[in-house]
Design a protein around this ligand. Sequence first.
Ligand code: FES
Length: 187
Amino acid sequence: MWKYSEQLMDHFMNPRNVGVIENPDGHAEVGSPICGDAMTLDIEVDDQDRISEIRFRTFGCAGAIASASALTEMARGKSLDEALAIKNRAIADYLGGMPEEKYHCSVMGHEALHAAVADFRKKSAEVAEAATRAAADAGAAGLTLRLSRPGKAVFAGDVADPGAFEKGLSAALTATLGRPVAVELER
Ligand code: FES
């Protein structure tokens, strides 16, 4: 039997941040080619590009559960780039060490986080492109796009009827992208 640290056993028996997020900003589903185990990971990202919420589920072993639990604790509150910089070795250290043979189990959580951030960035870019085009089509090309998120676009500037602009553009983006996208106009 593998020898696990107390911290690792604690994260295995009482994993933190298990579950899913409804309409997450970033979502990932990954599998380990070594053992066939699988994991999903969801993130929410605040307007400062920090991970405000993170949840995972896995059909993995004790090492995968504990390392994903540790990773979510380490990543929450960090900027996306800071979270992406977390190394597998740091996760193992956080858990008080990990048997070398089980090291590959922590790779799955790491890959899931990278994939969820990539999903968030791809969807944010889609919203930016679609929102800029829709604003131009609505005759509001002078607005500045301040922020784009998978479910939100924020503009700054003046339009004649801000309420109608927000509603109309939100409907157009929701139809184009096939998911709810709110539009806000900073006044
Ligand atoms: Fe599959 Fe650990 S043996 S993740």
